[in-house]
Design a protein around this ligand. Structure first.
Ligand SMILES: *[C@@H]1O[C@H](CO)[C@@H](O)[C@H](O)[C@H]1NC(C)=O
Ligand SMILES: *[C@@H]1O[C@H](CO)[C@@H](O)[C@H](O)[C@H]1NC(C)=O
Length: 398
């Protein structure tokens, strides 16, 4: 297992790709969704990337040995070492009828039980220690069902300025110990001049190339591509593991509630949330653009709960509090939101956020409104461990 593996990726191309992801980690949602709808197919950056890995942890050498043994002309064989989930007894409740998979025309594609559970591989980017609370929520809610977490981190922020790698300190803090043996951490060197969405895309492409090179997966295992702050419920992940569409095509994204500043506020639902599919969908194994980019145009299936309950959420602009939010606003790709324009320093903005803004964000940011979500509408990890999530649960009264 890739315990604490540290892999270096050399990014030798500065191919500029303007990618706009559904959750827009750095910015303006309306703008982002608008662009997403119009976006041209991204050039194939993977081909332009030359990836070299230097494996630090020797357990990874074992992993790649096993993986290499399994490579065939097709790219992979079903892995023959044990899966941790096979030892568990099957759950009594069949989640498949609880979920709704629809295509763009709202035609329903029925789900049915799989013969054996999928492995769920989660992939996302990490940048700053200020994302720790959101990251922790991801592990608390998704950690049990996800088999592997692949986390990529670049050495530049969204403005293109150099930044230190921050994830290792968090990994070594003890907070992630329950999930540590599921985590593989990938560092990427970002070439000078790459910033904004191109930087985000470069990180994602490097991560794809890495995940592909492990090849320890079955073609019907599930690959998730989302942002750190897009959380899928435990229940939804169980469905991804144990159900499949009758036509064997996922190529889907997840419907997500868009919560902002804390779970008390929302902007509605995210147009294109986390994308997912079978490992062999979308050419992931060939290294060409996978679900996340294609999702906006071609991956038009949407998964939601039949009863209309929330099963996934985007926790946007929450971070670890006022200073973190002020920093994110200062380095975001898009122009600052109106409420932040008059502040000259991050400290001034942070003071305003703490002293006035949080009391009623809808007074300053007009498209948002109270979410009115109760305990049953949120990740159960928030309900079970509220003390761990003070920023996310700010001003929430249950
Ligand atoms: C590699 O695999 C061998 C045989 O399975 C095992 O004995 C050894 O402890 C493993 N090494 C690491 C670093 O995981
Ligand atoms: C948002 O998602 C929820 C949960 O799936 C759903 O009940 C609701 O109708 C959606 N709202 C809109 C405006 O699509």
């Amino acid at each position: 297992m890739p315990m604490g593996t540290l892999v270096f990726l050399a990014l030798l191309s500065s191919a500029a790709v303007v990618a706009c992801h559904g959750a827009c980690p750095s910015g303006n949602r309306e703008h982002c969704h608008f662009d997403a709808g119009r976006r041209e197919r991204a050039p194939d950056v993977a081909a332009a990337l030359q990836v070299s890995h230097q494996t630090i942890d020797t357990s990874a050498a074992n992993q790649s040995k096993l993986a290499t043994d399994s490579v065939t002309q097709e790219g992979f064989l079903p892995r023959d070492w044990p899966r941790d989930d096979e030892s568990r007894s099957p759950s009594v409740h069949d989640p498949c009828p609880d979920f709704l998979l629809q295509n763009r025309l709202h035609y329903r594609i029925p789900l049915e039980p799989r013969t054996s559970p999928a492995k769920v591989i989660d992939t996302f980017a990490f940048s700053f220690a200020s994302e720790a609370e959101e990251l922790l929520l991801r592990f608390y809610e998704m950690g049990e069902e996800v088999s592997e977490f692949h986390i990529v981190e670049g050495d530049r922020d969204f403005t293109g300025a150099m930044k230190p790698y921050n994830f290792e300190a968090l990994l070594n803090s003890g907070q992630l110990d329950p999930w540590r043996n599921k985590i593989t951490y990938h560092q990427v060197k970002i070439p000078a001049g790459v910033k904004g969405y191109a930087l985000q895309e470069a990180q994602r492409q490097a991560l794809r190339a890495q995940v592909n090179s492990f090849r320890g997966y079955n073609k019907d295992d599930i690959l998730l591509e989302g942002d750190l702050d897009e959380i899928l419920s435990h229940k939804l992940l169980q469905a991804l593991k144990t159900c499949k569409p009758m036509n064997n095509i996922w190529r889907a994204h997840v419907r997500m509630a868009d919560l902002i500043y804390s779970v008390a506020w929302t902007t509605g639902n995210v147009s294109f949330g986390t994308t997912f599919g079978f490992f062999n969908e979308g050419g992931a194994l060939a290294g060409v653009g996978f679900v996340r980019d294609e999702g906006f145009l071609h991956w038009d299936h949407e998964l939601s709960a039949v009863d209309g309950s929330h099963v996934a959420w985007h926790f946007s602009f929450m971070l670890n509090g006022p200073a973190a939010l002020a920093h994110k606003i200062f380095i975001r790709t898009e122009s600052r939101p109106d409420f932040a324009k008059e502040f000259r320093t991050e400290d001034d903005l942070a003071t305003f956020i703490a002293s006035s803004f949080y009391a009623d964000p809808s007074h300053h940011d007009h498209p948002i409104f109270p979410s009115k979500l109760g305990k049953k509408d949120l990740p159960q990890a928030l309900v079970q461990h509220p003390e761990k999530f003070p920023s996310i649960l700010r001003n929430v009264k249950w």
